[in-house]
Design a protein around this ligand. Structure first.
Ligand SMILES: [Zn+2]
Length: 205
């Protein structure tokens, strides 16, 4: 029995923010559930993963039945959205917060923050892909504004200034703004309410 508890604990330990004790609690929880529940859980996990795709344009994870012919997600392919404004965020789930705001442009997922201690600011995130995209879209004139939307934390603020530095050579007249004050310090954007996000979008600078 302990073998399965250990094996499950190891798997749950990979979940974000989950420590050893919580992981063990989850493992014992699974062992005490109805078989039908565990079966549903296992199937739901496999199905969710099988239908998860990464959009090659905005790099967000999205759910699809299969890869579309263009391969891009529903937001990127939605021609009712303004293609001239791109909002850059830390992770895919931050987009959900902005989908409840008045923002009607498109997105780019950086896939992490750039840590203050890191010397090479281009490594570890999708920063190079952002530079390439901005470079291309500044030449064909589609992009007018880049909005940087990172949490008000030391690494979030560092990411903001590092990206401004990285984008400067390819900016070619594109405006770069950052969310205005009004969001709580240290708060994750995925938990921010739409009204605060709208206020900070209006006050962007
Ligand atoms: Zn996309």
């Amino acid at each position: 029995m302990n073998d399965s508890v250990d094996r499950l604990t190891k798997l749950f330990l990979k979940f974000p923010g989950i420590g050893e004790r919580q992981a063990r609690r989850f493992a014992y929880f699974i062992l005490t559930q109805q078989e039908s529940y565990v079966d549903n859980l296992a199937r739901a996990l496999v199905a969710a993963r099988a239908h998860a795709y990464i959009c090659p344009r905005c790099l967000r994870i999205f759910e699809g039945l299969s890869e579309t012919s263009a391969g891009i997600c529903g937001i990127c392919s939605d021609d009712r959205r303004d293609q001239d404004s791109v909002l850059v965020l830390e992770k895919s789930q931050d987009i959900e917060s902005f989908s409840r705001t008045e923002y009607n442009g498109i997105f780019f997922v950086l896939g992490g923050l750039i840590p203050i201690v890191q010397k090479d600011i281009i490594q570890g995130t999708n920063a190079q892909k952002l530079i390439d995209r901005v470079n291309k879209e500044s030449v064909d004139g589609t992009l007018q504004e880049i909005i940087l939307a990172f949490p008000i934390t030391p690494n979030g603020e560092h990411t903001d200034s590092a990206l401004r530095e990285l984008l400067a050579p390819v900016q070619h007249g594109i405006t770069i703004t950052s969310l205005g004050r009004g969001l709580s310090t240290g708060a994750e954007l995925e938990y921010a309410d739409p009204a605060s996000l709208d206020a900070s979008l209006k006050k962007r600078e």
